[in-house]
Each structure stands twice: as structure tokens, then as C-alpha cells.
Design a protein around this ligand. Structure first.
Ligand SMILES: Cc1cc2nc3c(=O)[nH]c(=O)nc-3n(C[C@H](O)[C@H](O)[C@H](O)COP(=O)(O)OP(=O)(O)OC[C@H]3O[C@@H](n4cnc5c(N)ncnc54)[C@H](O)[C@@H]3O)c2cc1C
Length: 429
């Protein structure tokens, strides 16, 4: 997979100025490779804008596990469930869902978990290094992550996932209600049990991180072109603003929109948007006199409640509805009621100015892993998309691996993330 770009003139074109595209650009420019970054929007306005900021280095459990895939499918048509498919979108989502169930057997899960471990293990040192280089270590917090359970039965349902984490060396501590409250005062009685992951960390302003990466890139000589890319060419050139932009290679990091540019090349990868929502309160107070100390996850609905620079963000839920459908107000209501269940004593905020809301597109592949590296049959077109629920966590390592492969030689782990890997069931050309 090594690629001899060093001899070729010209910059590397990058499509997408989300956290993935910016991280790849940073790792390249640090190696002295010129980069040109295309996006119709300002940096960090896609999924990277409003995520939950968690650096979940211990998330080695794929989304599809033996029990979870089937119970997830049962939820799909219940509009109040944390996982939902809009009826009109069901047929479109079916092939993706079928592949999702196919890779939920224990052998596939172990195979995917091995790959997740490869990309997640170096996460925190990679981010630490990037944040030091761009002078943004103030955004990194070693908070751990607190998962809440309403009952022993609910905890037992996640037993497979916790055992898998244990097998892969992810440390966790089981907490009773007193220990929970000592970690985070104000948690409601609905949650008597918890599990704490001490190794997880968090970014307190995911959009601010993108802005600061973009500033550092500009200062280092990166070129930003604020325009949508209309087409990719097999030689790495791009079409944008009605002209061709030649390059040694291009890296496609357009998140959930990546397939729009690949389909004309005849490449089919089962990429789907899992729409996620957030509601952000303009206060860090979660109970009288108590602020939120670190990320809290209500494990029954998989909702993250996290301290951000400007208040508490409640984010999550999964909705299959495609790239164009409008936001569903019901999803915001679900997040608000989840927050109220976890923190029932949180002070009321002004109705007109107490919160902001957001919806974004997680770029998801059925086996949880992103697609990374050159696309089969197109040695100058590189993929860096499909990071799903873990794009912030994985992007610093993604950048490092791709830059190494483009400038030096490919790290061996990159082969696990090929577009034609067996767990993807991808149909390529
Ligand atoms: C509610 C929610 C919570 C999340 N929480 C976490 C978390 O706690 N931790 C974590 O690790 N991950 C989290 N994620 C996932 C994470 O946000 C994503 O995986 C990540 O942001 C994906 O980054 P990206 O750069 O691939 O995509 P994006 O940020 O979406 O960027 C893609 C960019 O490509 C651009 N683009 C598209 N088409 C074109 C084109 N034709 N030409 C030019 N540009 C184009 C878009 O404008 C966009 O700016 C969460 C996601 C959601 C929705």
C-alpha cells in the first residue's frame, strides 16, 4: 500500500474540513506536504460541530453485538426509542441494516474489536501531541466516563460488552449509588448503579477544536478553498468552482456525504447517515450548587450528558432518515426528558434563552470501522470517512496513519480498514 507521492509535485487535495479532513491535513503539513482543503462550509460545521466531545479510547465494542443488533432492530419503528428509522426511509436503510446484523456474530465482533483496539489504543497520546502542536491543550480534560444503569437487569444486558472491554484491557470500576453520588452529585434515584471508565477523556469545545486546527493549518501554509467539490478524478484531481485542481493524490473526508463523490467512479461502500441530536443548556449546573464534573452516559438510552465550555450538552439518539430530511423535534424532547431523568434537580432555565439545539450526520458503516487508505482500483484516491460514533476520538490517529502512508510507508494496521474488507460486504466496481 506504500505510495510514492514524494516524487510527485503539487499539493494533496482534501475534500471536507471536518475533524477528519483537518486532522489528515495537519499530519501531512507537519511532514512538509502542502495541502489544499475543500469545503462548501467553514471548517467544522458538519458532524464535527456538535458532537459530545468524548475521546472514548475504550470503545472497542462494535455497535453490532450478538444481542444488541436484534434488540436495536426491534426498536427501529418506535418513534420514542433511542434508535429509530423513519418509515419512509426503511427500504433505503434495509441493505445497511442487513449487513449490520450479518456482522453481529461473535467471530465478526472479535475481528472488528481487534481493529478498533488498533486505532483506539493510540488515541490519547495522538491527541495530546496534536493539541500541544496547535497550542490547544486547554480543550483536553482527563475526566473519565461515568455510565449509569437503572437496574441490575439492565447492567446484565450489557454484560457481553463489559466483558469484551475487560478482555481488551479497558479498565472499569463498578459503582453502587453512594460511590456514584461521590463521583457526580445530583444523579437521580432512577440510576442506582454505575460503571466508571477512568481512561476516557473529553474535548470541551469540538467546534472550537476544528477552528483552532484550521487556524494552525492556515499559519502553516495550507490553502482553504470554500467551495463544494463537484467530482473526483481518478488521478487525484478535483473539480470545483468550475475548474480542475490537479494534485498528487486526493483524500476524501466528506463524512456522511462521501458516497456522493464516489458513486460516479463506480465505487459502492455501504455508508449511511445515523443522525444524532443535541440539546445544550446555557449552564453547567445539574443540581443546586453542583456542576457537571465529567461525561455521564445513561446506558439505557445511550445518551451522553457532557460539560462543554458553554454549558451542559445532552447528545445522542440514532435516526435513519437520510441526508435531506428535516430535524425531528421529538428527538430533542427525548433528550430533554433523558436529561431530566438523570438530573431531576437541575435548575429551570429561561424558556426563550436557556438552550440551543443541533442535529448532525454520523458517517456510519455497518461494521463500525471507518474506511481508510487508497480505494481499490484508484491508487490516487484515498478514503478517510465512515468514523461513525467515534470520529472525534479516531481522527488524530487517522491523520497520522494516512500521512505516514502517503509520505513514508503504510502502517500495517491500515490494511484492516480497506474498503473491500470482508466485514463490510462492500460491492466494489
Ligand atoms: C450527536 C453526536 C454525538 C457524537 N459524539 C461523539 C463523541 O463524543 N466522540 C466521538 O469521537 N465522536 C462523536 N460523534 C461522531 C463524530 O462527530 C463524527 O464521527 C465526526 O465528526 C465525523 O467527522 P468527519 O470529518 O468525517 O465529518 P464531518 O464533520 O461531517 O465533515 C465532513 C465535511 O465534508 C464536507 N463536504 C461534504 N460534501 C462535500 C463536497 N462535495 N465538497 C466539499 N466538502 C464536502 C461537509 O461540509 C463537512 O464539513 C458524534 C456525532 C453525533 C452526531
Amino acid at each position: 500500500m506504500a505510495h510514492d507521492t514524494a516524487a510527485m509535485p503539487g499539493p494533496i487535495n482534501i475534500v471536507g474540513a471536518g475533524i477528519v479532513g483537518l486532522s489528515v491535513a495537519w499530519a501531512l503539513i507537519r511532514r512538509g506536504r502542502p495541502v489544499r482543503i475543500f469545503d462548501a462550509q467553514a471548517p467544522g460545521m458538519g458532524a464535527s460541530f456538535g458532537n459530545s466531545g468524548s475521546l472514548s479510547s475504550g470503545s472497542v465494542v462494535p455497535l453490532a453485538t450478538p444481542g444488541a443488533a436484534m434488540s436495536g432492530l426491534k426498536m427501529l419503528l418506535d418513534s420514542d426509542a433511542p434508535l429509530v428509522v423513519r418509515r419512509r426511509y426503511l427500504l433505503r436503510a434495509l441493505p445497511w441494516l442487513r449487513q449490520f446484523v450479518r456482522v453481529s456474530d461473535e467471530a465478526s465482533v472479535r475481528q472488528v474489536a481487534d481493529s478498533l483496539l488498533e486505532i483506539l489504543a493510540p488515541t490519547l497520546p495522538s491527541w495530546q501531541r496534536v493539541l500541544e502542536e496547535i497550542g490547544a491543550t486547554d480543550l483536553l480534560h482527563h475526566t473519565g466516563q461515568l455510565h449509569l444503569y437503572p437496574s441490575r437487569l439492565a447492567l446484565a444486558k450489557d454484560d457481553f460488552a463489559w466483558r469484551l472491554r475487560d478482555d481488551y484491557g479497558v479498565r472499569s470500576e463498578h459503582l453502587d449509588r453512594d460511590a456514584l453520588l461521590a463521583r457526580q452529585p445530583g444523579i437521580g434515584e432512577a440510576y442506582p448503579l454505575g460503571v466508571f471508565l477512568p481512561q476516557a477523556a473529553a474535548i470541551s469545545d469540538p467546534h472550537g477544536l476544528c477552528v483552532r486546527l484550521a487556524q494552525s493549518l492556515r499559519a502553516a501554509g495550507a490553502e482553504f478553498v470554500q467551495a463544494p467539490v463537484q467530482a473526483l478524478q481518478p488521478d487525484g484531481a478535483l473539480q470545483a468552482q468550475g475548474r480542475s485542481w490537479p494534485a498528487a493524490s486526493c483524500v476524501l473526508a466528506a463524512g456522511a456525504w462521501s458516497m456522493r463523490l464516489l458513486e460516479p467512479l463506480g465505487v459502492r461502500v455501504p455508508l449511511e447517515t445515523q443522525r444524532g441530536y443535541h440539546v445544550q443548556r446555557r449552564s453547567l449546573e445539574v443540581a443546586p450548587g453542583q456542576v457537571l464534573r465529567g461525561p455521564v452516559v445513561s446506558a439505557d438510552s445511550k445518551v451522553f450528558i457532557v460539560p462543554m465550555r458553554e454549558g451542559v450538552r445532552t447528545g445522542g439518539t440514532v435516526e435513519f432518515a437520510g441526508l435531506a430530511a428535516p430535524e425531528a423535534p421529538r428527538r430533542f424532547a427525548l433528550l430533554r426528558s433523558n436529561f431530566a431523568r438523570v438530573f431531576p434537580q437541575a435548575p429551570a432555565l429561561p424558556a426563550d434563552d436557556g438552550e440551543s439545539t443541533w442535529m448532525g450526520h454520523r458517517p456510519c458503516l455497518p461494521d463500525t470501522l471507518p474506511v481508510l487508505g487508497p480505494l481499490p482500483g484508484y491508487p490516487n484516491v484515498w478514503a478517510a470517512f465512515g468514523h461513525g460514533h467515534l470520529g472525534l476520538t479516531m481522527s488524530a490517529v487517522t491523520g497520522e496513519w494516512l500521512a505516514q502512508a502517503l509520505c513514508e510507508s503504510a502502517p500495517p494496521a491500515l490494511a484492516r480498514f480497506r474498503a473491500d474488507r470482508p466485514t463490510l460486504g462492500a460491492r466494489l466496481r
